[in-house]
Design a protein around this ligand. Structure first.
Ligand SMILES: Nc1ncnc2c1ncn2[C@@H]1O[C@H](COP(=O)(O)OP(=O)(O)OP(=O)(O)O)[C@@H](O)[C@H]1O
Ligand SMILES: [Mg+2]
Length: 342
């Protein structure tokens, strides 16, 4: 890492602690301010600022090579930033604070990092000793129970399936009872059932008040588990609650389906309160016709649209608000980033 100029500034409150620290009920578990990491000539992370509140489950999304793991490694004190600063569990990320930070966090890396020829318990015992943890036996059995692996405690790590190995890795990262956990793609390569189990474990961590920093490519996972998500592509593209991001990026629309095509849809939909525009959603199918209406306020528009359709003698099959998923948000933002890079 020679050639990296390491800058550890004091925390810059401007970008990260909006409203000031007093405005927040729970102190921030992670504060990142203008973080940048350059490897040789390649910028992996550029001027990224955000903060994660204590107890929050925070999703970190972005395409391959977006700088997610690099950010995790900086926050986990494994590598130094090129510029910018960060604090984890209230401790500034710096060589001086590294040991203290490591005691309060754990990082579950992309690959589980277990010794294949040791049993699950031997692995956990090895790491518990390495971390200098007291009361190893109790910690290990508690961690194994938390991930539902007690009955495989004496199996060789190498004999476990991918999903079970992932759980053993999670047990390993629970050993030091961390306040902040970094999970780097914990469900990558898992089948839907195993992934669902890991989701349950993450929900359990939330219940225990652990702050979870979760990188993932599974958008439905982020949507289901995370209080807020950041979408990253070297720079931070956006950050917010999944619901808010959907609203910010997309107009609300109503999908209307009628039993037969309306003879004059413009007459029915035109001039209704809160309806800004309409279009036919493709050609009629099996006699049925569908329309998409852009609306400013669903609560006002939906009843007005229903009344207008009934007045026009249309047989309404459905009126529903169309929901954009976090995936739509992601594709929109990451697609934009690629366009700009061209
Ligand atoms: N040690 C390193 N030396 C040189 N380049 C690196 C190093 N680590 C990461 N990079 C580069 O930094 C960029 C970001 O990598 P990073 O691993 O952070 O991406 P990621 O978002 O975790 O991607 P993925 O979704 O594929 O895991 C990539 O271009 C990568 O090749
Ligand atoms: Mg990665």
């Amino acid at each position: 890492m020679s050639g990296d100029s390491v800058v550890y500034e004091g925390l810059d409150e401007t970008g990260t602690a909006r409203g000031g620290p007093a405005a927040r009920a729970v102190p921030a578990a992670i504060e990142v301010s203008h973080l940048t990491k350059v490897f040789g000539g390649r910028t992996a992370v550029s001027d990224v600022s955000f903060s994660v509140a204590g107890g929050e489950v925070f999703g970190f999304l972005g395409p391959n090579g977006a700088g997610k793991t690099t950010t995790v490694r900086i926050l986990g004190t494994l590598i130094s930033p090129t510029a910018g600063s960060a604090a984890v569990a209230g401790i500034p990320v710096s060589p001086a604070g590294a040991a203290e930070i490591r005691q309060r966090i754990s990082v579950m890396p992309e690959s589980p990092g277990l010794y294949q020829r040791l049993t699950v318990t031997e692995n956990l015992d090895y790491f518990a000793r390495l971390y200098g943890l007291p009361g190893r036996e109790a910690r290990i059995s508690e961690a194994l129970a938390a991930v539902g692996l007690s009955d495989r405690a004496h199996d060789l790590a190498g004999s476990l399936s991918k999903g079970l190995r992932q759980r053993a890795a999670l047990a390993r990262s629970l050993l030091n009872e961390p306040a902040v956990m970094f999970l780097d793609e914990p469900t990558s390569g898992l089948d839907p059932v195993a992934a669902h189990e890991v989701h349950g474990l993450i929900a359990g961590l939330r219940d225990r008040g652990v702050t979870v920093f979760l990188t993932t490519h599974r958008l439905e996972e982020a949507e289901r588990l995370c209080d807020r998500v950041a979408i990253m592509s070297t720079r931070l593209r956006t950050i917010g609650r999944p619901d808010d991001l959907r609203q910010e990026l997309f107009t609300t629309s109503l999908d209307v389906t009628t039993a037969a095509a309306l003879p004059e849809p413009g007459r029915v939909f035109g001039g209704l309160p809160a309806v800004q525009g309409w279009k036919a959603a493709g050609p009629p199918r099996g006699g049925q016709a569908s329309y998409v209406l852009t609306v400013s306020d669903v609560a006002q528009a939906a009843p007005a649209v229903t009344r207008a359709l009934v007045a026009a003698g249309a047989d309404v099959l459905s009126i529903a608000q169309s929901r954009h998923t976090l995936e739509d948000v992601y594709l929109q933002l990451v697609g934009d980033a690629k366009e700009q890079a061209r």
